[in-house]
Design a protein around this ligand. Structure first.
Ligand SMILES: CC(=O)N[C@@H](CCC[C@H](N)C(=O)O)C(=O)O
Length: 375
């Protein structure tokens, strides 16, 4: 298929795919969205910016309530390994979590309602920094958002494991509580041949990494889902220098707030033990934490029934996911839901070879356009 034959929103997705930017640095992405929105008929539109985010309100004919649609904007610090001709132009940054798809779908729904009258006001939210440090919470608190705060709010996330045409969601908890985890260890550097004069942070960090893994396996009730993953450990500069510093970086995921607290208490205890036992100084930073995504029960249930009756759509009631999503902060204040949109790809989220099936873009635009029209 030549680029000229592409669905316009697939073209938009490819443009966005080429300019991934990290959380709160989405300036080119914001520019792209603003330029796109300004190319639409402006009669019913109002636009506001918040930091690197964008809010677009479509004035409804009656406007008794406002329905919101949210798309996240940021990419990840990853080197792309897809087979695309339209790979990222930004070295070591990639849209590997589908936010390019989310934005293209949001813009596609907006494009429809820029010309077709709709009863309710609609608010399109392009939110920065979902991957961290979290844009939803500060955006929710902003004056720009409060002015147009929707009465109900919806959003989607691409689901690599589901075929195109699948909508997977559930009433209640969909995504986990999360907390980032950063631990810095400071000992004493030294010559490799003089271990007794140094305080080796390779050994200390290794001990701590192993001990941290005992929290989930030995302290948490196995019937309560919980994860502690260390995704990055930084130690040392050369094979014959004993390093005096180490940094462990990870994430904690739970389906209950109490279990999150329990894990943090255990981390504090183990890190204190490491300080005493290995005579080093340790500091813990909990980074950004996200609350769970809790789908409004009756709204979700009725959407699932409505969508299942649509031709070409299969609705699945899925299990909870241990992924995090700061969309949960919006849902704490505004009733709504999020769902997985099937994009049928063998590589998962955050993988450098992620290639979502783009046929899901027009399908999702059609579905949500219909939902907002019927609703
Ligand atoms: C859908 C998804 O992949 N979300 C991210 C959210 C990151 C949360 C936070 N920065 C953390 O790492 O704890 C995820 O990793 O689940």
């Amino acid at each position: 298929m030549s680029v000229g034959d592409l669905h316009p929103m697939i073209k938009v997705r490819r443009d966005l795919h080429q300019i991934p930017e990290l959380g709160f640095a989405e300036w080119k992405t914001q520019r792209y969205i603003l330029d796109y929105v300004s190319s639409l008929p402006q009669d019913h539109l109002e636009v506001a910016i918040w930091h690197t985010g964008v809010l677009v309100r479509v004035r409804g004919t009656e406007g008794a309530r406002t329905l919101g649609w949210r798309a996240d904007m940021d990419g990840l610090p990853l080197t792309e390994e897809t087979s695309y001709e339209f790979q990222s132009l930004h070295p070591d940054q990639m849209h590997a979590c589908g936010h390019d798809m989310h934005m293209a779908i949001g813009l596609g729904i907006l494009t429809h309602f820029a010309t077709q009258p709709v009863k309710d006001h609609l608010l399109f939210i392009f939110q920065p920094a979902e991957e961290g440090p979290g844009g939803a919470q500060p955006m929710l608190a902003s004056e720009e958002f409060k002015k147009w705060k929707p009465d109900q709010l919806f959003g989607l996330h691409i689901g690599p494991e589901y075929p195109v045409g699948t909508i997977a969601t559930r009433p209640g908890i969909l995504f986990a509580n999360t907390s980032e985890l950063f631990i810095d260890l400071v000992g004493t550097a030294g010559h490799a041949s003089l271990p007794h004069q140094a305080n080796d942070m390779v050994i200390t960090a290794s001990q701590l990494a192993m001990q941290l893994q005992t929290i989930i396996s030995r302290n948490i009730d196995p019937l309560n889902p919980a994860i502690l993953t260390l995704g990055k450990v930084t130690i040392g500069t050369k094979q014959n220098i004993i390093p005096g510093m180490a940094r462990l970086e990870g994430t904690i995921r739970t389906l209950s707030i109490e279990v999150m607290e329990q894990i943090k208490e255990r981390i504090l205890a183990l890190v204190h033990g490491i300080e005493v036992g290995f005579q080093c100084k340790a500091t813990i930073d909990w980074g950004a934490g996200y609350c769970q995504v809790y789908n409004h029960e009756s709204l979700t249930r009725s959407f699932m029934e409505w969508a299942d009756a649509k031709e070409g759509i299969q609705v699945i009631e899925c299990r909870e996911a241990m992924a995090g999503e700061d969309f949960g902060y919006f849902l704490q204040e505004i009733p709504g839901f999020m769902f997985w949109l099937g994009v049928d790809t063998s590589y998962g989220l955050h993988h450098p070879q992620l290639e979502p099936n783009e046929e899901a873009i027009p399908l999702a635009i059609q579905l949500i356009t219909q939902y907002f029209t019927d609703y």
